[in-house]
Design a protein around this ligand. Structure first.
Ligand code: FAD
Length: 487
């Protein structure tokens, strides 16, 4: 077994782990991220709604409220520095009854106490002006809410961390943690990692890692949320996300839009004891259709292009009451271990604020020297389809791969696919290309380009057909040949 030494070892490369990795790369530290999957946004960070929340829906004084408001405020700068799609389009919470009106006024009061700016009530006329065709008599409008690309944000944070010296170990599942002297000994894959600091940002597995650290006693439940993804043709008719009036524990069904213009319908929110797969049942699709029609009746079943599901880890007390984010360093029980438990919504919005909070906690115990080479800017893959015609011509003249469209729906060129195939994290899956280029995300969902992208992966890495994976080790694109062609 190979031994690898680090100053900081981060378990989990989702948006929270990657934000922490990037934040810590501002300092002279040897940092590694261990991720059990073949890519970093296969769990919750790639299975959410992508809304940049305003911070009004959380209890006053909670970490969820504080870190959401801070995360929301920094999103414009982050999106500029890291080059991922973000739009501050606003959001409405619509209602129809006097009780719902009162509840929305309460939400405004709570939001203002949390420091969330730009909240106000809209009457029916103002609501129709902002979101034509929505069903509701009035709404609460949050002007600071927005939408972001969750794949883009997670990948951008990770790539910037890598550019600043962080190492990512994909397909490295942590199976054991021991404390020896001043170090943690962590077994993952075929390596033994020896580290001074350890960070538990393992999302749905936060409880397991917490137990391995000796920080036992956290009770977790999980909320399984199903969604339907609708055609991009609808996005132009939906200027901002539409939510219903929230209860204390559930945001309600919403109709939101992605930065690519697709419309999302969901979630179902079913409490489960253990996460066990991401399947979506027909009865939940029927329920979402009915509820979605009540709010925004401008889609048909012909607009469905995909379903998906995300799962939230919720830390609850003995009575089942959902708790705040837990971010702790317990010097007595597990010194130099940062333990994050119950990183549910709004941890996408709050991820960089969480990372700064974690860094400050670590620096209360140790002074970190600045990394003089830290560079906060990262450039993503330039989108050919969004370039001016002169720029497109220039690119094609310099590199003919820009002249070949691989994904027709999303208009992604061979040059962009090749750049994604050779990504800085070394991800070699088909979905790795999908999340980095939006190819296979259009109406045909890869019907045309998926096979061509698979072939490009084979060619670039000299792989046999049976070696290419869609997303996970057991998701082979091909199992063998149906027949051999004689040459
Ligand atoms: C349906 C849904 C909608 C949501 N909508 C929003 C929204 O609109 N706005 C918002 O702000 N938030 C939203 N959220 C919440 C947000 O997506 C999550 O809080 C956030 O993505 C959590 O990030 P994470 O890095 O903690 O978890 P994850 O993305 O799950 O990352 C944890 C990583 O740890 C890895 N891991 C686990 N165990 C191990 C191990 N033993 N060894 C190595 N690696 C391990 C996993 O593979 C995973 O990649 C939503 C969540 C859901 C489910």
């Amino acid at each position: 077994m190979r031994t690898v030494k680090t100053d900081v070892l981060i378990i989990g490369g989702g948006v929270v782990g990657s934000a922490i990795a990037r934040e810590l790369s501002r300092y002279r530290l040897d940092i590694a991220v261990l991720e059990k999957n073949m890519d970093i946004c296969y769990e919750t960070s790639g299975r959410n709604t992508g809304v940049c929340h305003g911070g009004f829906a959380y209890d006053v004084g909670s970490l969820k409220a504080k870190l959401c408001v801070e995360g929301n405020r920094m999103m414009d700068t982050l999106s500029d520095e890291l080059d991922f799609p973000f739009r501050r389009c606003g959001k409405v919470l619509v209602g129809s009854t006097p009780e719902e009106y009162e509840r929305l006024l309460e939400v405004i009061r709570q939001g203002e106490a949390n420091g969330a700016a730009g909240l106000r009530m809209l009457d029916e006329g103002e609501l129709q002006e902002k979101v034509p065709g929505v069903v509701g008599k009035f709404a609460m409008f949050s002007e600071n809410s927005g939408i972001l690309d969750p794949f883009g944000m997670t990948i951008a944070l990770a790539e910037n961390a890598v550019a600043n010296g962080v190492r990512y170990y994909l397909e490295h599942e942590v199976t054991q943690i021991r404390r020896e002297g001043d170090s943690y000994l962590v077994t993952a894959g075929n390596e033994l990692f020896v580290t001074r600091w350890i960070v538990n940002s393992a999302g749905l597995n936060c409880g397991k890692i917490s137990d391995m650290l000796g920080l036992t006693g956290y009770r977790l439940i999980y909320s399984k949320d199903d969604y339907i993804l609708l055609d991009q043709r609808l996005g132009k008719n939906l200027p901002m996300p539409i939510y219903t009036v929230p209860s204390n524990t559930y945001m309600g069904i919403h109709v939101t839009l992605t930065t690519e213009g697709n419309v999302l319908l969901g979630p179902t929110a079913e409490d489960i004891d253990h996460p066990s797969g991401y399947g979506v049942e027909q009865k939940n699709l029927d329920y979402l259709y009915e509820e979605g029609q009540k709010l925004w009746p401008h889609f048909t079943k012909g607009d469905y292009i995909r379903t998906y599901c995300g799962i939230l880890p919720k830390w609850v007390d003995d009575d089942g009451k959902i708790q705040d984010f837990k971010i702790e360093i317990r010097d007595d029980a597990a010194p130099h271990a940062v333990n994050l438990v119950g990183m549910e919504s709004p941890a996408l919005t709050a991820s960089v604020a969480i990372a700064r909070y974690v860094t400050a906690m670590m620096q209360e115990r140790e002074t970190f020297e600045d990394n003089p080479h830290f560079h906060p800017v990262r450039k993503g893959i330039a989108r050919f389809s969004e370039m001016a015609p002169e720029e497109q011509q220039r690119r094609i003249a310099e590199n003919p791969d820009y002249g070949e469209l691989v994904c027709r729906c999303q208009k992604v060129t061979r040059a962009e696919i090749l750049e994604a195939i050779h990504n800085p994290l070394g991800v070699k899956t088909v979905t790795g290309v999908k999340y980095r280029t939006r190819s296979m995300m259009g109406r045909c969902q890869g019907g045309y380009c998926q096979m061509r992208i698979t072939q490009m992966l084979e060619e670039e890495f000299s792989l046999a057909e049976t070696q290419v994976r869609y997303a996970r080790p057991d998701s082979q694109m091909f199992y063998g040949k149906v027949r051999e062609v004689e040459k």
